[in-house]
Design a protein around this ligand. Structure first.
Ligand SMILES: NC(=O)c1ccc[n+]([C@@H]2O[C@H](COP(=O)([O-])OP(=O)(O)OC[C@H]3O[C@@H](n4cnc5c(N)ncnc54)[C@H](O)[C@@H]3O)[C@@H](O)[C@H]2O)c1
Length: 321
């Protein structure tokens, strides 16, 4: 198959990154950029030799679609794309509620159209390296904190937490058995009901536990995850994309008996890949378009993270009310 012609919907921050990666890719072609804002849409299309359109119609001349429009627009756009029978990569979250997400995934299944979600951290080289090192993880902690960004109207559950609950549930065994936590809203510019902080505790079969923290009222960007086995700790810095493995050896007091001394073996593994996550994600999408990636498994893998965020928002929101 020749390189698929891709339509990109949304020419904002994330859309600009997708545009560059698709345009520079040897396995895909950026054909059309859609955005109602002519200045942003046509500038992005011009930069990468694509056509600009103000609305998503006329899908006949493209092979697949990437939706990187604002989250609130995903639901309507995704249905149009699927009804036209075009394979879809929709940015995370698929939609801003579980009900809409289920409707989109159900439509993709009924129509037999491949869909994937931009859960980009799955393609982070540090995450992929850690994944290859994990044996029997028991406990995961994750922190995803950012300085304030008022343009995100959905709250940090759908915007940030979704990434780490996706990874935690993949590492610890799929759907959690219990989901508890708390949401908090502090910032005067946040839309009512759009939380600034989300704390989730997930338990899984066999007593495995994850504690995942997301915030947009931080003073610096933090993206970290620790995965605990009984005999090792794997620490991931998702921002710097590095992995450190710790194995405790011994501990005692120092020779004079005045302090604590510990021996730990520290290992810095070679990353399994150095590829930019968006480029790796695009390659996976091209595989999905071509039929070399299992479309059913891909679609099913989207659901746990969306279920977890919705459950937390419902339970923690109700507790706060
Ligand atoms: N995977 C990731 O790591 C990651 C990171 C950041 C953002 N995102 C996701 O990407 C999406 C966009 O985020 P952003 O930060 O680029 O937002 P943004 O506000 O910078 O850009 C959104 C763009 O979508 C356009 N748009 C809105 N409705 C549209 C419609 N119906 N048709 C066409 N264009 C439309 C807007 O005009 C705007 O240009 C969000 O869903 C967000 O959750 C994902």
């Amino acid at each position: 198959m020749s390189s698929p012609r891709i339509m990109l919907v949304g020419a904002g921050s994330m859309g600009s990154l997708h545009a560059r990666v698709i345009a520079q890719s040897p396995i895909a072609e950026l054909a059309v950029v859609v955005d109602g804002r002519e200045d942003a849409g046509s500038a992005l299309a011009d930069r990468f030799g694509a056509q600009w359109r103000p609305t998503l119609d006329g899908l006949d001349d493209v092979d697949a679609v990437v939706i990187a429009a604002s989250t609130e627009a995903h639901f309507d756009l995704a249905q149009l794309v699927l009804e036209a029978g075009k394979p879809l990569l929709v940015e995370k979250p698929v939609a801003d509620s579980l009900e809409k997400t289920l409707a989109v995934l159900g439509l993709a299944e009924t129509l037999g159209v491949p869909i994937m979600c931009g859960l980009l951290e799955r393609f982070n080289p540090a995450v992929m390296t850690a994944e290859a090192l994990i044996d029997e993880p028991k406990f995961v902690t994750a922190t995803r904190h950012s300085p304030y960004a008022p343009r995100i109207r959905t709250g940090v559950g759908w915007d940030l937490l979704v990434h780490d609950v996706d990874l935690a549930s993949r590492f610890l065994g799929g759907e959690p058995t219990t989901i508890t936590g708390a949401l908090a809203q502090f910032h005067p510019m946040s839309v009512d009901g759009a939380e600034d902080v989300a704390e989730a505790v997930l338990t899984f079969d066999g007593g495995r536990v994850a504690h995942v923290s997301a915030s947009r009222v931080g003073q610096r960007k933090i993206r970290s995850m620790s995965i605990h086995d009984l005999d090792k700790l794997i620490e991931i810095d998702l921002l710097r994309r590095d992995v450190t493995v710790y194995r405790h050896v011994d501990q005692d007091t120092d020779a004079e008996g005045r302090g604590y001394r510990q021996q730990t073996v520290i290992e810095i593994p070679e990353l399994v890949t150095g590829r930019e996550p968006l480029a790796a994600q695009l390659e996976h999408f091209v595989g999905l378009i071509a039929g070399s990636v299992d479309a059913d498994a891909e679609r099913k893998s989207i659901l746990p993270a969306h279920r977890i965020v919705e459950a937390l928002k419902r339970r923690a929101g109700a507790a706060a009310a």
